[in-house]
Design a protein around this ligand. Structure first.
Ligand code: PRX
Length: 679
């Protein structure tokens, strides 16, 4: 399997000499007001974190934490690529996110919980209350379940504060949590239970999404059944109730297996569990992510290195101060939520917002009402969400009295015109924007501007963040010169503390997936010979800013010219009527493949052959005749996952007239038939 992944990557890499057509954009300067309060304004920081000071530079991040015992070795690189950070050090993540703040901040809000229904009040949990609730649940895990450091548990929880409580209770004991995104099916959850060998599943009975209270417990039944079939016995399912004291699920409770946390926790009220002192290189959590093959892989993250890295980057790149109200609209079921809703912000004693619902429900004004009510000043979201909010509510932000000082975009390349809407309309021309490029595997940010120091450039993530030395390599592993305009594969030349330890249970796959591609000598004990292969295409501008083009398998090769799907989509979005666009490669007998463009329109516009032509012509004029789409499909909406990503695989099948396969896990499965009927 691992070998297959490497092969796939190599096949793709051979196409990496591509022209890149996004224009270089004008810079935007951070405001003096922002700079005056920024955490990081030291112009020498990149030098301080430069190769001459590596790895000692990362002590600055580790020193932001409280350690039970200081480390003896900053970086143990004796067994590449299995690098270990802060070896000999001991600490506890839960202590660092909660206990250490009590002296100064016990009455401060740690978590603002925003339920989806607007008639339910927002709740505000102080650090003291979080401390009490985490201790009580840690007691349940330890005394009721018999769990101890090094055991695994699988969580399949929605966006409710009990998810953060559960993670922090696990961390208090050293129990390794593996949270599965709540929108995933019971079957997907089962695969992750089996791989992690969890004997306990922690879930919730129900949650709100898009105006409906969804039964979630039914997924636990499916998950346990499938896990059982694959040989993993789940002893107990612990169920948090969305409304404590009331069961909101629809499936019957399985006697002896299912227990309500809200019942059993009564026996542990006011119990205090001392945080377990753990080794820096022990495991904090697993986060499953897709590879090029079907089997999900568990990115295994450490306690010391990960905590140091997310705390340092939260402080310097997110510019979090304890007095900030910070809202990351991602789901905690993804790495963004782990690093930048829970662990990073709470380690810095910020108030972090957990929002249960869909940002566009009941209308596109909802996020801005929340921002106004809580006086949020740091906002963090994805281009997909920004595009959706722009499409249906481009005038909404101006109606609300909120002011962001800082905004983040993460997860995909952001088209410059979407970036500008984010800056002008959402940020009201007051907020800085950081475009942060990173991955599940990397624990925290890799490329981004430093908000109080660097100019912003729409469409570009920026240079490597402090202590990260990215480089673009060609097929042979030769660095491409800065500003040459050619794309290649982005690698990180050095180890860094936030990087995953390995793939859970599969060291070989870890090595093959991320290191074999550009390793210079498999016997070498020198980290310089082990660049991290990220699997993304990128270009580096003369100013040292990196623009990420997407996965190397997201690139379309039209008659030997590679075009990033994102570039094509960006061009389609220039057309006024277009709200969202997705491009898929479709085989073509003459050109190899041709891009097909799927678009949905902003409200008030209707499909027409003229509009199809306008979109097609825009692509040709913006990028070149090679980009002329094989076909423009104007559709009522895009098939999307529950997390809001457009399912290009489904669009590709529709475009080719193929079977679309199982679409039941989509947020809007009915759209597939609707599109097919139209064409
Ligand atoms: O292709 C890159 C894209 O998302 C991938 C990582 O996805 P995941 O592990 O799910 O983590 C998402 C949250 C960090 C990357 O390989 N990606 C991530 N951030 C950006 C991005 N592409 C362009 N610009 C970004 N800022």
């Amino acid at each position: 399997m691992a070998a297959d992944e490497t092969k796939t990557n190599q096949d793709n890499v051979s196409e990496s000499q591509i022209a890149v057509h996004w224009k270089e954009e004008e810079y935007f300067e951070p405001s003096q007001k922002f700079i005056d309060q920024a955490n990081l304004t030291d112009k020498n920081v990149l030098e301080k974190f430069g190769e001459d000071n590596f790895p000692e530079c990362f002590e600055e991040y580790a020193d932001m934490l409280d350690w039970d015992k200081r480390w003896d070795t900053i970086l143990d690189s004796s067994n590449p690529p299995f690098f270990k950070w802060f070896v000999g050090g001991k600490l506890n993540a839960s202590y660092n996110c909660i206990d250490r703040h009590l002296a100064k901040h016990k009455n401060k809000t740690a978590i603002h919980f925003v339920p989806e229904p607007e008639n339910e009040p927002i709740t505000h949990m102080t650090f003291q209350e979080l401390y009490v609730r985490v201790n009580e649940f840690a007691a349940v895990l330890q005394d009721y379940c018999g769990l101890k450091a090094g055991d695994t548990v699988t969580l399949h929880m929605p966006m409710i504060p009990e998810l953060a409580i559960t993670m922090l209770a696990c961390a208090r004991l050293g129990v390794i949590h593996s949270q599965v995104f709540s929108g995933f099916s019971g079957k997907a959850c089962a695969d992750r239970i089996v791989d992690a060998k969890s004997k306990y599943l922690i879930t919730a009975d129900a949650y709100y999404r898009g105006g409906k209270l969804l039964d979630h417990k039914e997924k636990a039944d499916i998950a346990v059944k499938h896990a059982e079939e694959e040989g993993q016995h789940v002893e107990k399912v612990l169920i948090w109730q969305r409304y404590p004291g009331k069961y909101s699920g629809e499936t019957p409770i399985v006697e002896g297996r299912d227990v309500f946390v809200n019942d059993i926790i009564k026996d542990y009220y006011h119990k205090v569990i001392e945080p377990v002192s753990l080794k820096a290189e022990d495991t904090l959590f697993l986060m499953y992510t897709s590879g090029t093959t079907g089997k999900p892989k568990g990115a295994q993250h450490s306690i010391g290195g990960y905590m140091a890295y997310v705390t340092g980057t939260s402080k310097y790149i997110q510019d979090i101060h304890p007095e900030d109200v910070y809202w990351c609209m991602a789901d905690i079921g993804w790495i963004t939520g782990h690093s930048y809703i829970v662990y990073g912000p709470l380690a810095l004693a910020a108030s972090s917002v957990i929002f249960e619902g869909v940002p566009t429900h009941p209308d596109a004004g909802r996020p801005w009402r929340i921002a106004e009510e809580l006086d949020v000043n740091i906002f963090h979201t994805s281009p997909t969400a920004i595009r959706a909010l722009r499409r249906i509510g481009s005038e909404e932000p101006a109606k609300y009295n909120y002011h962001f000082k800082h905004m983040t975009t993460v997860g995909e390349p952001i088209e410059p015109n979407v970036w500008r809407w984010y800056y002008d309309v959402v940020g009201k021309k007051e907020a800085v924007i950081v475009d942060t490029w990173w991955q599940t595997e990397t624990g925290g940010f890799l490329c981004s501007t430093i908000p109080g120091l660097h100019k912003m450039k729409p469409g570009s993530a920026g240079p490597g963040v402090p202590g990260i030395y990215p480089e673009i390599l060609d097929e042979e592993g030769k660095p491409l010169p800065k500003g040459c305009g050619k794309a290649g594969n982005i690698v990180i030349k050095n180890p860094w503390p936030g990087r995953m330890l390995t793939i859970w249970g599969d060291d070989e796959r870890f090595k093959n997936q991320y290191y074999t591609r550009y390793n210079r000598d498999p016997e070498s004990k020198d980290w310089h010979d082990w660049p991290y292969f990220a699997g993304d295409g990128a270009v580096e501008a003369p100013d040292g800013y990196f623009r990420i083009l997407g996965r190397i398998d997201d690139v379309i090769n039209v008659a030997g010219h590679r075009l990033g799907t994102k570039e094509l989509e960006s061009a389609a979005l220039i057309v006024d009527e277009v709200g969202e666009a997705a491009v898929v490669p479709v085989p073509d007998p003459i050109k190899g493949v041709k891009p097909h463009v799927f678009v949905s329109l902003k409200p008030g516009f209707s499909p027409s052959p003229e509009l199809e032509k306008k979109i097609s012509d825009t692509l040709a004029t913006e990028i070149g005749p090679i980009a002329k789409p094989g076909r423009v499909w104007i559709v009522p909406d895009m098939p999307k996952t529950r997390s809001g990503k457009i399912m290009r695989r489904v669009l590709g099948s529709i475009a080719q007239g193929n079977d679309t396969g199982d679409v039941t896990t989509l947020a809007n499965p009915q759209i597939v038939e609707e599109i097919k009927k139209l064409y």
